[in-house]
Design a protein around this ligand. Structure first.
Ligand code: GTP
Ligand code: MG
Length: 170
């Protein structure tokens, strides 16, 4: 769709799963092992080339901690892509994905918003959520799926590329 100017991408999920880390790895190619918890909303603008077209992205990164969250409906408004992150070493963050998918369905103003599930922190040795479980969940919610590590970069570029490609095709 050549009329697209800027795509709005949201990142959601429990506190500590690595939402900000994934965004900062993608936008700045940086990683902070002591990344502070997000308060309210963080916001970055970047661009990438997909299928030979330059696409501008506005990436919104919200606080996972309920007490730091504000403005939920306006956060979701107009979002064309939603990245829902869990931590493969923390089962409760995976179990809370249902809650986050419900929130997307409640507040998203685009019925055709493209969803992607990202299992993060695959660099760590103490994984407790298998790749198959993640894939199954994503399939059930008609979402794309990828495993990643904001620390080692694995899967990060690929996650954004697949999401943007799907949005452009939709
Ligand atoms: P909130 O802002 O509170 O919602 O958390 P968040 O989802 O933004 O998590 P954040 O990016 O702040 O990361 C939490 C912690 O996990 C930080 O100490 C990060 O350095 C660490 N972390 C993030 N991604 C990875 C990863 O892929 N591997 C490892 N080993 N640590 C990571
Ligand atoms: Mg954060």
């Amino acid at each position: 769709n050549p009329s697209i100017t800027t795509l709005k991408i949201l990142i959601i999920g429990e506190s500590g799963v690595g939402k900000s880390s994934l965004m900062l790895r993608f936008v700045d190619d940086s990683f902070d092992p002591e990344q502070p918890a997000t308060i309210g909303v963080d916001f970055r603008v970047t661009s990438m080339v997909v299928d030979g077209n330059r696409v501008k992205l506005a990436i919104w990164d919200t606080a996972g901690q309920e007490r730091f969250r504000t403005l939920t409906p306006s956060y979701y408004r107009g979002g064309q892509g939603v990245i829902c992150v869990y931590d493969v070493t923390n089962r409760s963050t995976f179990e809370h994905l249902d809650h986050w998918m419900t929130e997307v369905d409640t507040y998203s103003t685009k019925d055709d918003a493209v969803k992607m599930i990202v299992g993060n922190k695959i660099d760590l040795p103490n994984r407790v959520v298998s790749r198959e479980e993640g894939m199954k969940f994503a399939k059930r919610h008609r979402a794309l799926f990828i495993e990643a590590s904001a620390k080692t970069k694995e899967g990060v570029q690929c996650a954004f590329e697949e999401l943007i490609q799907k949005i452009i095709q939709t």
